[in-house]
Design a protein around this ligand. Structure first.
Ligand code: GAP
Length: 490
C-alpha cells in the first residue's frame, strides 16, 4: 500500500508540487504546483470540463474577492464555521470533528455543546503536549481582506459557486430560458482551515471546479439516466451496496434524478482522470453533516493510504441560494417560462482538483519487479505524452531528435526531450513521471526515418515511421497507440 509520505516525496523530488515559500520556512496550508504538477492539474481540469460539457455546461470566471453582502446572503458569514478547540498550554488548535473521529467517535456532534461534552467524557488531550482539552468554539473559515474601503468588507471566496449564483439572471438570458441549465466555474477558493494536513488534501488556498445545475422546480428531473456500471454506494441509512446508478434511482436509494445523473457523470469523470473505480465510493451525508445550504449530498470518496477522502460533493442546494440573494439584494431573481414564474432549484457537483490529483497519483503509482517506480497515468492525464531521446549525442542523431521534438510540439503534443544519461536511466526517469511513450532516435532513423516507440507499462518497443507519428495531432493522447504497441510483436 502506497503511503502519503511516498507520494509527497515523489511529488517534491520529481517536481509535481511542494510547500509554498519553503525558502522562508514554508507557509502551512499553501502549496505550489511545480512544472509537472501544473501540467497534470491542467489535464485533469480539461477532462473535468469536457465531462460536464456532456451535461451542456457553459463556463464562467468571476472574482475571488467577494463583498460581505454576498456572503451574508449565502449564509457563509454566519454559518461557515468549524468547531475548534485550543490547547490551554501550548495553544495548538484542533478541528474537533477530525480530532474526535481519530478518538473513535464515528458520528460527531454538530454543536459546540455536543463537542464540549465529548471532550469532557472522553478526556481528550492535546496531541502535542498532552494537556486536557476542555473548550470548544465556532471558528469562521473565511479570510477577510484588509482593504481601504470604509463602506464595506471584503472576503476571499470560500467556494466558486456564489460567483455563479449572483449571475443567475444574466446567465438565464444567455441560456434563453432553457432548463436545466448548467453553469460551471474553475478557480481558487480559500478557507482558513484550523489544521491543514496531508499535502494537498486540506489547504487554505485550493482549486475547485463547481457546476451549478439550475432546474425548473416542476420538471426537476434529468432526461436520461444511463444504466451504468455497478458502483459502491453508502446510503446514510443502511449498509454499503453495489448498484448501477439507474437501479439506485429506481429503488429510491438516490431520491433525485439530477443527483443520480451527476453521481454517474462524476464517476465517469474520475475514471477518465485515472481514479481506480475499485477505490471509489459515493457516500451520502448524515443529516448532521450537511452544509447549511444543502438538503441532500453524496460525496465521491477516494481511498488513499487506507483513508476515504472526499474529492467531489454532489449536493442538492434546492432554491436556498437564489431565494437568499433575492431577499438580501432586493432584486427579483425569478424567471418566467411558458407563463410560469419560478425560482429554480440547484444540484451542484463541486470538485476539488488538488484532492483528485492526489488520488490520481496514489492510484497510478506502482513498482516494477526490479524496484523501479512507475506512474501508470492515463495517456491524456500524464504531464508529457512522450519523450524524445537521441540514442547518441553524435553523428547528427541529437539534431535529428531535436527536430522531431519541435515537430511533435508543433502538432499540439505535450512532448519533452532528454539526452542526459544512459538510455535505461532515461526510460526509468520518464516511467517515474508517468510519460506513456519514449521515442528513440538512432542510427536507423538517419537511414529510413523510423524511430523506436517504447510503451511505458508493457515496456514493449516497436519501430514506427516518423510520418505516422506526425499524422494525427492526438496520437499519444488516446489509448489507440498503447493497444497497438502492446499487441505488436517487439
Ligand atoms: N460549493 C460546495 C463546496 O464548496 P465542499 O464539499 O466544501 O463543497 C468541494 O468542497 C470540494 O472542494 C471538496 O470535495 C474537496 O475536494 C475540495 N475542498 C474543500 N475544502 C478543501 C481544502 N481545504 N483543501 C483542498 N480541497 C478542498
Amino acid at each position: 500500500m502506497t503511503g502519503f509520505n511516498e507520494i509527497m516525496e515523489l511529488a517534491k523530488r520529481r517536481g509535481f508540487f511542494w510547500q509554498s515559500f519553503s525558502l522562508y520556512g514554508g507557509l502551512n496550508g499553501f502549496y505550489d504546483y511545480a512544472p509537472l504538477g501544473s501540467l497534470l492539474k491542467d489535464n485533469i481540469i480539461s477532462i473535468w470540463k469536457r465531462s460536464y460539457m456532456e451535461a451542456g455546461a457553459v463556463f464562467i470566471d468571476t472574482p475571488v474577492v467577494t463583498p460581505e453582502s454576498v456572503l451574508k446572503a449565502s449564509g457563509h458569514l454566519d454559518r461557515f464555521a468549524d468547531i475548534a478547540s485550543e490547547c490551554p498550554s501550548c495553544h495548538a488548535k484542533y478541528k474537533l470533528e477530525s480530532l474526535v473521529e481519530k478518538n473513535g467517535v464515528h458520528n460527531p456532534p454538530s454543536t459546540v455543546e455536543g463537542f464540549k461534552e465529548i471532550l469532557k467524557d472522553m478526556e481528550i488531550k492535546c496531541t502535542a503536549c498532552g494537556t486536557r482539552l476542555t473548550d470548544a468554539y465556532e471558528f469562521n473559515l473565511m479570510f477577510r481582506v484588509t482593504n481601504n474601503s470604509e463602506t464595506f468588507n471584503l472576503y476571499l471566496r470560500p467556494e466558486t459557486a456564489q460567483g455563479i449564483m449572483v449571475n443567475f439572471k444574466l446567465l438565464s438570458n444567455f441560456y434563453r430560458g432553457k432548463f436545466p441549465m448548467a453553469v460551471a466555474q474553475v478557480g481558487k477558493s480559500f478557507r482558513n482551515e484550523i489544521s491543514p494536513r496531508q499535502g494537498l488534501i486540506r489547504m487554505r488556498e485550493f482549486n475547485q471546479g463547481e457546476v451549478e445545475v439550475f432546474f425548473d422546480p416542476e420538471h426537476e428531473e434529468w432526461s436520461h439516466i444511463p444504466e451504468g456500471e455497478k458502483m459502491t454506494l453508502v446510503p446514510n441509512s443502511g449498509p454499503e451496496i453495489q448498484e448501477s446508478i439507474l437501479n439506485a434511482f429506481k429503488s429510491g436509494v438516490i431520491r433525485n434524478s439530477g443527483l443520480a445523473y451527476f453521481v454517474d457523470l462524476t464517476a465517469r469523470m474520475l475514471a477518465r482522470s485515472g481514479i481506480d473505480s475499485k477505490r471509489l465510493r459515493f457516500r451520502q451525508h448524515r443529516k448532521n453533516e450537511l452544509a447549511h445550504y444543502s438538503s441532500d449530498c453524496w460525496d465521491a470518496e477516494v481511498l488513499m493510504d487506507e483513508e476515504w477522502i472526499e474529492v467531489v460533493g454532489i449536493s442538492d442546494r434546492g432554491d436556498y441560494d437564489l431565494r437568499r440573494h433575492q431577499e438580501f439584494s432586493g432584486e427579483n431573481v425569478s424567471v418566467t417560462v411558458d407563463g410560469r414564474t419560478f425560482i429554480p432549484r440547484v444540484v451542484e457537483p463541486a470538485a476539488g482538483f488538488d484532492r483528485i490529483l492526489t488520488g490520481v497519483l496514489f492510484h497510478a503509482y506502482y513498482t516494477r519487479d526490479n524496484g523501479n517506480r512507475v506512474l501508470g497515468l492515463p495517456c491524456d492525464v500524464a504531464p508529457y505524452s512522450a519523450c524524445v531521446l537521441p540514442l547518441m549525442k553524435k553523428d547528427g542523431i541529437s539534431e535529428k531528435a531535436r527536430e522531431l521534438h519541435v515537430k511533435l510540439v508543433g502538432h499540439n503534443q505535450s512532448v519533452t526531450y532528454d539526452e542526459s544519461g544512459s538510455i535505461g536511466r532515461r526510460y526509468a526517469r520518464q516511467d517515474e513521471i508517468g510519460t506513456p511513450y519514449c521515442i528513440t532516435v538512432d542510427y536507423q532513423t538517419m537511414e529510413d526515418d523510423t524511430v523506436t516507440v517504447r510503451e511505458r507499462d508493457s515496456t514493449k518497443q516497436i519501430r514506427m515511421r516518423i510520418d505516422d507519428l506526425l499524422m494525427h495531432d492526438n496520437i499519444f493522447r488516446n489509448d489507440g497507440l498503447k493497444k497497438f504497441v502492446q499487441s505488436s510483436k517487439s
